[in-house]
Design a protein around this ligand. Structure first.
Ligand code: COA
Length: 221
């Protein structure tokens, strides 16, 4: 019996993840997509999805057959909700699109989302609940902490050290050996040359600090 895959978050990224997971199931992944968890019961209205909202992530009770993946872009929200569900017995799985390429000698966590044409090369360490969006790459010997959201066309190069909950905007690059602190937000198109301090927003080429924050704004995209 295949597992029931439940996607947390029924926004635009959640709908994309539904399709990537369905593509993976078509070539052998052991789940069928059962539906979404979202606080907004109307989140899918008008989008023509074949499955619906099963409940709220705050109250849903996982069963042994359920497998979960968290399709929330904002890293703090993602980590809070995924860790809470895990503490209540939810078992997470990795959604890896058939066109994603995962090389050898990598250490990968659980709850990962690897979107079409994303690449993880070799000797990479990736924590739990990390998403790597379309055409994103993580190069050799890099480390990416729990809950990072790496958006389309991001480039994490060799030996990069990335903490927990980092947000990389579309087309952001992190150059070899650079360090990116916990919950840093790297703007779209930004290049991190050497480092980004924790809890800072960095923009531009080369990346400069825009601001420091205690708690990030609600929306990054
Ligand atoms: C970096 C980011 C998070 C900052 O958002 P913010 O805190 O709301 O910042 P603001 O929009 O108020 O911009 C503040 C300043 O930074 C500049 N700025 C913002 N983002 C920038 C970027 N990516 N590159 C260069 N400059 C940028 C703005 O022009 C503005 O400059 P000004 O003060 O001289 O006018 C956001 O702009 C960004 O790049 N998000 C990534 C979005 C993305 O890729 N999403 C993918 C999923 S859909």
């Amino acid at each position: 019996m295949p597992h029931r895959l439940i996607i947390i978050g029924a926004g635009g990224f959640g709908r994309e993840v539904h399709d990537w997971a369905s593509d993976a199931a078509a070539v052998g992944a052991d789940w069928t997509v059962a539906g979404f968890l979202d606080d907004n019961p109307a989140a899918l209205d008008g989008f023509g999805m074949p499955v619906g909202i099963l409940g709220s992530p705050r109250t849903f009770e996982p069963t042994g057959d359920d497998r979960f993946v968290c399709a929330i872009g904002e890293p703090q929200d993602k980590l809070r909700i995924a860790r809470d569900l895990r503490s209540r017995g939810a078992r997470f799985t990795n959604v890896i699109h058939p066109t994603a390429h995962v090389g050898r000698r990598n250490r990968l966590g659980t709850g990962l989302i690897l979107c079409p044409y994303s690449v993880i090369t070799t000797n990479v360490t990736v924590g739990d609940f990390v998403s790597l969006n379309l055409h994103g790459t993580i190069g050799h010997d890099a480390t990416v902490g729990d809950g990072c959201t790496l958006n389309n066309h991001t480039d994490v190069t060799g030996w990069v050290r990335m903490g927990e909950g980092v947000f990389l905007g579309s087309h952001a690059s992190v150059l070899p050996h650079a360090k990116v602190g916990d919950y840093a937000r790297i703007g779209a198109g930004t290049t991190v040359l050497r480092s980004a301090k924790p809890h800072t927003t960095i923009v531009g080429v080369p990346g400069k600090r825009l601001r420091m924050f205690e708690s990030p704004p609600r929306r990054a995209g």
